[in-house]
Design a protein around this ligand. Structure first.
Ligand SMILES: Nc1ncnc2c1ncn2[C@@H]1O[C@H](COP(=O)(O)OP(=O)(O)OP(=O)(O)O)[C@@H](O)[C@H]1O
Ligand SMILES: [Mg+2]
Length: 165
Protein backbone atom coordinates (compact mmCIF):
# COMPACT_ATOMS: atom_id res chain seq x y z
CA UNK A 1 0.00 0.00 0.00
CA UNK A 2 1.41 3.39 -0.97
CA UNK A 3 -0.91 5.67 1.00
CA UNK A 4 -2.95 4.35 3.89
CA UNK A 5 -4.83 7.07 5.75
CA UNK A 6 -6.83 5.78 8.67
CA UNK A 7 -9.63 7.54 10.55
CA UNK A 8 -8.37 11.02 9.77
CA UNK A 9 -10.22 13.79 11.58
CA UNK A 10 -9.45 17.48 11.28
CA UNK A 11 -11.31 19.91 13.51
CA UNK A 12 -11.22 23.69 13.42
CA UNK A 13 -12.46 24.45 16.91
CA UNK A 14 -15.73 22.60 17.37
CA UNK A 15 -16.20 22.18 13.61
CA UNK A 16 -15.01 18.92 12.03
CA UNK A 17 -14.01 19.65 8.44
CA UNK A 18 -12.90 16.02 8.03
CA UNK A 19 -14.51 13.39 10.20
CA UNK A 20 -13.05 9.89 10.40
CA UNK A 21 -11.94 9.64 6.75
CA UNK A 22 -9.92 6.66 5.54
CA UNK A 23 -8.40 5.96 2.15
CA UNK A 24 -6.01 3.41 0.70
CA UNK A 25 -4.03 4.00 -2.47
CA UNK A 26 -1.91 1.38 -4.19
CA UNK A 27 1.08 2.39 -6.32
CA UNK A 28 -0.21 3.19 -9.83
CA UNK A 29 -3.74 3.93 -8.64
CA UNK A 30 -5.47 7.07 -9.86
CA UNK A 31 -8.05 8.01 -7.29
CA UNK A 32 -10.56 10.83 -7.48
CA UNK A 33 -12.04 12.53 -4.45
CA UNK A 34 -15.30 14.29 -5.19
CA UNK A 35 -17.70 16.27 -3.06
CA UNK A 36 -19.50 19.60 -2.93
CA UNK A 37 -17.77 22.87 -2.05
CA UNK A 38 -16.77 22.83 1.58
CA UNK A 39 -17.01 19.04 1.87
CA UNK A 40 -13.47 18.86 3.20
CA UNK A 41 -11.48 17.62 0.18
CA UNK A 42 -8.69 20.18 0.42
CA UNK A 43 -8.52 19.80 4.18
CA UNK A 44 -8.14 16.03 3.76
CA UNK A 45 -5.35 16.51 1.18
CA UNK A 46 -3.65 18.96 3.52
CA UNK A 47 -3.73 16.31 6.25
CA UNK A 48 -2.20 13.74 3.86
CA UNK A 49 0.63 16.07 2.84
CA UNK A 50 1.26 17.58 6.27
CA UNK A 51 0.16 21.10 5.38
CA UNK A 52 -2.29 20.72 8.27
CA UNK A 53 -1.74 18.60 11.38
CA UNK A 54 -4.46 16.00 11.90
CA UNK A 55 -6.60 16.19 15.02
CA UNK A 56 -6.63 12.40 15.13
CA UNK A 57 -5.94 9.48 12.83
CA UNK A 58 -2.83 8.25 11.06
CA UNK A 59 -1.22 8.69 7.67
CA UNK A 60 1.02 5.86 6.51
CA UNK A 61 3.12 6.40 3.39
CA UNK A 62 4.97 3.49 1.87
CA UNK A 63 4.88 1.66 5.20
CA UNK A 64 6.17 4.63 7.25
CA UNK A 65 4.05 6.56 9.71
CA UNK A 66 4.30 10.16 8.45
CA UNK A 67 1.44 11.56 10.54
CA UNK A 68 3.67 13.94 12.48
CA UNK A 69 6.15 14.79 9.71
CA UNK A 70 6.18 18.27 8.11
CA UNK A 71 5.36 18.58 4.38
CA UNK A 72 9.00 18.85 3.29
CA UNK A 73 9.89 15.60 5.05
CA UNK A 74 6.93 13.85 3.42
CA UNK A 75 7.95 15.29 0.04
CA UNK A 76 11.46 13.92 0.51
CA UNK A 77 9.88 10.48 0.97
CA UNK A 78 7.94 10.94 -2.29
CA UNK A 79 4.61 12.27 -1.05
CA UNK A 80 4.21 15.52 -2.96
CA UNK A 81 1.35 17.55 -4.26
CA UNK A 82 0.23 20.17 -6.71
CA UNK A 83 -2.21 22.93 -5.86
CA UNK A 84 -5.59 23.97 -7.24
CA UNK A 85 -4.04 27.25 -8.36
CA UNK A 86 -0.61 26.38 -9.80
CA UNK A 87 2.20 28.74 -8.84
CA UNK A 88 5.67 28.86 -10.32
CA UNK A 89 8.73 31.02 -9.74
CA UNK A 90 7.89 33.35 -12.59
CA UNK A 91 11.15 35.26 -12.70
CA UNK A 92 13.10 32.01 -13.07
CA UNK A 93 13.57 29.88 -16.17
CA UNK A 94 11.59 26.69 -16.77
CA UNK A 95 14.78 24.71 -16.18
CA UNK A 96 15.42 26.47 -12.85
CA UNK A 97 11.85 25.79 -11.75
CA UNK A 98 12.25 22.08 -12.48
CA UNK A 99 15.70 22.04 -10.87
CA UNK A 100 14.22 23.27 -7.59
CA UNK A 101 12.09 20.14 -7.47
CA UNK A 102 15.02 17.92 -8.42
CA UNK A 103 17.21 19.38 -5.65
CA UNK A 104 14.98 17.69 -3.08
CA UNK A 105 16.53 14.33 -3.96
CA UNK A 106 19.65 15.27 -5.92
CA UNK A 107 21.85 17.39 -3.70
CA UNK A 108 24.53 17.60 -6.36
CA UNK A 109 23.61 20.59 -8.57
CA UNK A 110 24.82 18.93 -11.76
CA UNK A 111 22.72 15.83 -11.10
CA UNK A 112 19.70 17.97 -10.24
CA UNK A 113 20.12 19.86 -13.52
CA UNK A 114 20.33 16.60 -15.47
CA UNK A 115 17.25 15.22 -13.73
CA UNK A 116 15.34 18.44 -14.43
CA UNK A 117 16.29 18.31 -18.13
CA UNK A 118 15.18 14.69 -18.31
CA UNK A 119 11.80 15.45 -16.74
CA UNK A 120 11.24 18.53 -18.91
CA UNK A 121 11.86 16.39 -21.98
CA UNK A 122 9.29 13.86 -20.76
CA UNK A 123 6.57 16.45 -20.15
CA UNK A 124 7.13 18.18 -23.49
CA UNK A 125 9.05 21.18 -22.17
CA UNK A 126 12.48 20.05 -23.36
CA UNK A 127 14.63 22.19 -25.62
CA UNK A 128 13.42 20.70 -28.91
CA UNK A 129 9.74 20.84 -27.88
CA UNK A 130 10.18 24.46 -26.79
CA UNK A 131 11.76 25.36 -30.12
CA UNK A 132 8.78 23.81 -31.92
CA UNK A 133 6.30 25.60 -29.65
CA UNK A 134 8.07 28.93 -30.06
CA UNK A 135 8.12 28.53 -33.83
CA UNK A 136 4.40 27.64 -33.82
CA UNK A 137 3.60 30.59 -31.57
CA UNK A 138 5.60 32.97 -33.76
CA UNK A 139 3.75 31.74 -36.82
CA UNK A 140 0.35 31.93 -35.11
CA UNK A 141 1.11 35.43 -33.83
CA UNK A 142 1.91 36.54 -37.36
CA UNK A 143 -1.73 35.90 -38.26
CA UNK A 144 -1.00 33.00 -40.59
CA UNK A 145 -3.81 31.77 -42.81
CA UNK A 146 -2.11 29.07 -44.82
CA UNK A 147 0.79 27.44 -43.01
CA UNK A 148 3.59 25.98 -45.04
CA UNK A 149 6.03 23.65 -43.44
CA UNK A 150 9.48 22.93 -44.72
CA UNK A 151 9.47 19.58 -46.50
CA UNK A 152 10.50 16.54 -44.49
CA UNK A 153 13.97 15.23 -44.99
CA UNK A 154 14.09 12.26 -47.41
CA UNK A 155 14.73 9.81 -44.56
CA UNK A 156 11.57 10.81 -42.71
CA UNK A 157 8.14 9.93 -43.89
CA UNK A 158 5.47 12.37 -42.83
CA UNK A 159 2.87 14.46 -44.51
CA UNK A 160 3.03 18.24 -44.54
CA UNK A 161 -0.68 18.05 -43.67
CA UNK A 162 0.25 17.03 -40.15
CA UNK A 163 0.91 20.67 -39.28
CA UNK A 164 0.85 21.74 -36.54
CA UNK A 165 2.57 18.68 -35.10
N1 LIG B 1 -8.30 27.00 8.33
C1 LIG B 1 -9.62 26.82 8.48
N2 LIG B 1 -10.26 27.28 9.57
C2 LIG B 1 -11.58 27.09 9.75
N3 LIG B 1 -12.36 26.42 8.86
C3 LIG B 1 -11.78 25.95 7.77
C4 LIG B 1 -10.40 26.12 7.52
N4 LIG B 1 -10.07 25.53 6.33
C5 LIG B 1 -11.22 25.02 5.86
N5 LIG B 1 -12.24 25.27 6.72
C6 LIG B 1 -13.62 24.87 6.56
O1 LIG B 1 -13.62 23.44 6.41
C7 LIG B 1 -14.61 23.07 5.47
C8 LIG B 1 -13.95 22.24 4.37
O2 LIG B 1 -13.19 23.09 3.56
P1 LIG B 1 -12.34 22.55 2.34
O3 LIG B 1 -11.60 23.73 1.81
O4 LIG B 1 -11.54 21.39 2.78
O5 LIG B 1 -13.47 22.06 1.35
P2 LIG B 1 -13.32 21.54 -0.14
O6 LIG B 1 -14.09 20.25 -0.23
O7 LIG B 1 -11.91 21.51 -0.55
O8 LIG B 1 -14.11 22.68 -0.92
P3 LIG B 1 -13.91 23.21 -2.43
O9 LIG B 1 -14.63 22.25 -3.33
O10 LIG B 1 -14.59 24.55 -2.39
O11 LIG B 1 -12.45 23.32 -2.73
C9 LIG B 1 -15.28 24.34 4.96
O12 LIG B 1 -16.46 24.54 5.71
C10 LIG B 1 -14.26 25.41 5.29
O13 LIG B 1 -14.87 26.66 5.54
MG1 LIG C 1 -10.81 22.50 -2.09
Amino acid sequence: MLIDAKNVTKAFGAFKAVDDASVSVEEGDILGLIGPNGAGKSTFFNCLTGDLPVTSGTVIFNGADVTRLPPEARAALGLARTFQVPLTFESMSVLDNATIGALLRHHNAREARAKARDVLQRVGLGTSSMHRLKASARLAASGWRSPVRSPPSPRRCCSTRQWPA
